[in-house]
Design a protein around this ligand. Structure first.
Ligand code: ZN
Length: 408
């Protein structure tokens, strides 16, 4: 079967152009009142408005109409990987999220500490939401007192937050289609890990995990709250086609938070180290590596954080902080600059949402479409219309002159 990626890989050619993909996480918003403005429409952002006036706008659908995405799949989509086809297990995202250096053959799971009664029935699936300090202590206890070394496997138990941790197994031949142990309701015992792939590796991996779970539950047995645990989202690195191979571009990721670095690394981008965590620090890093790469992914996290916190003013100010660094990006002379988000996180909803994301393309060969500002409603009138976020990189390739003619 010929995929879209095959077509672009066939047509991709190298040149001296530079493409910048500037992502404000959770950018899209909603008015708080019927006649009000969104966060983006409220922000004073002369530079972004100028880009919209000189460029072309539209709205991006992250996954499919009406579907609210997590940031992992939403970023895959921005990198042109249809998240419906390329699914990353939650365990892998959890491990990437804490910056664990996951290897291709590692098996990762998301773990939850839980409380069981004397008969082993789950009473609280989150162990009373224990503190993160408590989680760190319990993970250390498990790390020191459980082992699969006799079977030739390494085990890593890494704290995440509150009752959540990540479990990583390292060793040969891990695999299969593994079920979760969480019964999802209270009053039932945890389930064993089962393999649904029917392969010898799957059966062996399930047996290893059940062996570890037995050990772990014995170690935890005397804890007043976190006396048991569950594993979910057991998965390996899906082995995605590499972005630099498909598009023949050297790609750099300039992100602060581990999960975004992790997803970028999964598709083969280089993750750039830098000091600081503000947009101007990221642009300083961009400047430093400008000559070494063709494609630059810049990830701004706080727009999403403030959306989830329900903090309208803070989200507006973060958009304004990004606006302030636009001249410094333009000074580097990008061939194509894309400004978008991975999904919407309206302050009104305090959560991710399915609303299409305002997106603009700017560059010498981008046709100005008459849109006068950057915003949800302004972008509705843009030339790009309503499109799937997986099309962003292909459009940019075209604007950058990086695609040969298709056919004679
Ligand atoms: Zn996000």
């Amino acid at each position: 079967m010929i995929t879209e990626h095959d077509v672009y890989q066939e047509l991709a050619q190298k040149n001296d152009s530079k493409i910048v993909l500037l992502v404000m996480d959770g950018l899209g918003g909603l008015p708080l009142h019927v006649n009000g403005l969104t966060e983006l429409e409220t922000a004073h952002k002369p530079n972004l408005d100028r880009l919209a006036r000189e460029g072309s706008s539209g709205r991006a659908i992250p996954v499919r109409p009406g579907i609210t995405p997590g940031s992992g799949p939403a970023h895959l989509s921005l990198f042109s990987y249809d998240p419906v086809r390329f699914q990353i297990g939650r365990g892998v995202l959890e491990a990437l999220g804490i910056g664990f250096p996951l290897r291709p053959d590692d098996l990762a799971a998301r773990g939850n500490f839980a409380t069981a009664d004397a008969n082993g029935l789950i009473m609280d699936r989150r162990a009373g939401r224990i503190s993160t300090e408590e989680c760190i202590r319990l993970c250390r206890k498990l790390q020191e007192n459980t082992s699969l070394a006799d079977d030739g496997y390494q085990v890593f138990v890494e704290p995440v937050k509150e009752h959540r941790f990540a479990l990583i197994l390292r060793g040969p031949g891990l695999g299969g289609k593994l079920t979760e142990t969480d019964p999802l309701v209270t009053g039932k015992p945890p389930l064993p890990v089962r393999d649904e792939s029917g392969t010898p590796e799957g059966a062996a991996t399930a047996a290893l995990l059940n062996k570890w779970l037995d050990q772990a539950r014995r170690v935890l047995a005397d804890d007043p709250r976190a006396n048991t645990l569950n594993l979910r989202g057991l998965a390996k690195d899906p082995g995605l086609p590499r972005f630099p191979d498909i598009y023949k571009m050297r790609a750099a990721a300039i992100a602060v938070y581990p999960m975004y670095k992790g997803v970028a690394r999964l598709v083969g981008m280089d993750v750039i180290d830098f000091d600081g965590d503000r947009p101007h620090h990221q642009v300083a890093a961009l400047k430093r590596v400008w000559a070494d790469y063709d494609f630059f992914f810049i990830h701004i996290k706080k727009t999403d954080t403030y959306g989830e916190d329900g903090n309208f003013d803070a989200k507006v100010h973060e958009i304004e902080a990004v606006d302030a660094v636009i001249p410094d990006i333009l000074a580097l002379g990008p061939t194509v600059l894309i400004v978008t988000g991975d999904h919407s996180t309206p302050v009104k909803l305090r959560s991710h949402s399915y609303h299409p994301v305002p997106t603009l393309f700017w560059g010498p060969d981008v046709m100005p479409d008459g849109v006068q500002s950057f915003g949800e409603r302004a972008s509705e009138r843009g030339a790009l219309g309503l499109f799937h976020a997986t099309q962003i990189v292909p459009w940019a390739m075209g604007y950058a002159g990086r695609l040969e003619r298709f056919g004679a």
